[in-house]
Design a protein around this ligand. Sequence first.
Ligand SMILES: Cc1cc2nc3c(=O)[nH]c(=O)nc-3n(C[C@H](O)[C@H](O)[C@H](O)COP(=O)(O)OP(=O)(O)OC[C@H]3O[C@@H](n4cnc5c(N)ncnc54)[C@H](O)[C@@H]3O)c2cc1C
Length: 417
Amino acid sequence: MKVLVLGAGVVGITTAFELARDGHDVTVIDRCEGPGLETSFANGGQLSWDHGAPLAGPGVMQKAIKWLGKRDAPLLFRLRLDPAMWAWTLNFIANCAEPVYWHNAELILRLALFARERLHDILKTEAIAFDHRRGGILGLYQDARELDRDVDAIRSWRELGGSRTALDHKGCIELEPSLAYSTFSIAGGIHTPLDESGDCYAFTRHLAARAETLGVTFHWNTTVKGLKREGERITHALTDRGEEDADTFILALGSYSPQVMKGLDLKLPIYPAKGYSLTVPVLDDAMAPQLSITSNTHKLVFSRIGNSLRVAGMLELNGYDTELVEARARITLDSTMKLFPRACEPDHAKYWTGLRPLTPDSLPIVGHAKQPNLLLNTGHGMLGWTLAAGTARIVADLVRGHAPEVDISGLGWERFA
Ligand SMILES: Cc1cc2nc3c(=O)[nH]c(=O)nc-3n(C[C@H](O)[C@H](O)[C@H](O)COP(=O)(O)OP(=O)(O)OC[C@H]3O[C@@H](n4cnc5c(N)ncnc54)[C@H](O)[C@@H]3O)c2cc1C
């Protein structure tokens, strides 16, 4: 079968790889000059199999309102006259109710644990260098009340199949000795030992090369403008270099997916959520974290990428704006220098912004579109690196007409209809 994958981020590339392994004739189209150059480029690096949680949850809107207009706000709604943003926000608010939060959390955990199996399966046969680290993620708290609240929730996470452990201040330092030098007070933490980290871009680039050896064709510097429909089927992708036909089409354009769906009678509620990262060389290994860390106070994640430290965070809803605002980027560096003093060379920090393709419930949109030969694999939000290997396999199974190995109810576009 001829399959056209639209988008060469981590989601499109893992999908193309799985499809090629199944023996399909696969072509990937992307507007960039190579794989993984947009949101998959310099993300936080966390493989949050057990640590991922929906953004929409109890108390989030109250915090967002408190932070409105604050320069150092980790979550920023820049309200615009944009009907898509307002519709998205209303849906997001509906997902903040406690029972809905736990329902979404359960689906994320189920999908993430499946993605873990699938990534490990890929790594069994493919020797991919991506600064892969195991040992879990340590979530840190400065605020004892916030810690107590999340420790109370551990039982609920365990009932869903997670394996979180609460740690006091001393336990955090025993697990991650570099925290002994921190100038922040640390009330305690929660460790999710199953979790891992790694360089999403390196993985995407190397897997694309492996896919090429399996016969996948790439069309770089090619922008998809839309999809041509005849009756109930998609016949072509319309690009700035002409039309491309296929039997099956996979939509994996991240934040830009809704634009290409225009005219197909299906509105995807994916909104771009800008985030920042910095990558800074490590000066002193003993002062820098070995484990991947999440600071719940600063809403920042820290992962080692080789001899560098990657720090990522901030979430801004402000349309497709990717501007790197120096003052916002510096907040990330300042927090890093306080949490891990003398670990890095601040003058060599490289900053980046990316647009998370975020749905109101933080779950990706996976499955058939209204047209049976168009499959959606998009909207992975804050967890695209984590979930990509799982949703790729699901889509590949749907293409070959098999039931996916994991329950995919609640992942389709129909949940927003
Ligand atoms: C600051 C930050 C930190 C993050 N940290 C983590 C983390 O620690 N762990 C985690 O799991 N996830 C994390 N994420 C989320 C993760 O990076 C994304 O979910 C993931 O990269 C999305 O992958 P994608 O392939 O869907 O999108 P992309 O990587 O954006 O790929 C989409 C591709 O489509 C192409 N494209 C778009 N429009 C067109 C068009 N019209 N024509 C042709 N090509 C087009 C683009 O060029 C791009 O290559 C983070 C994101 C950010 C911003």
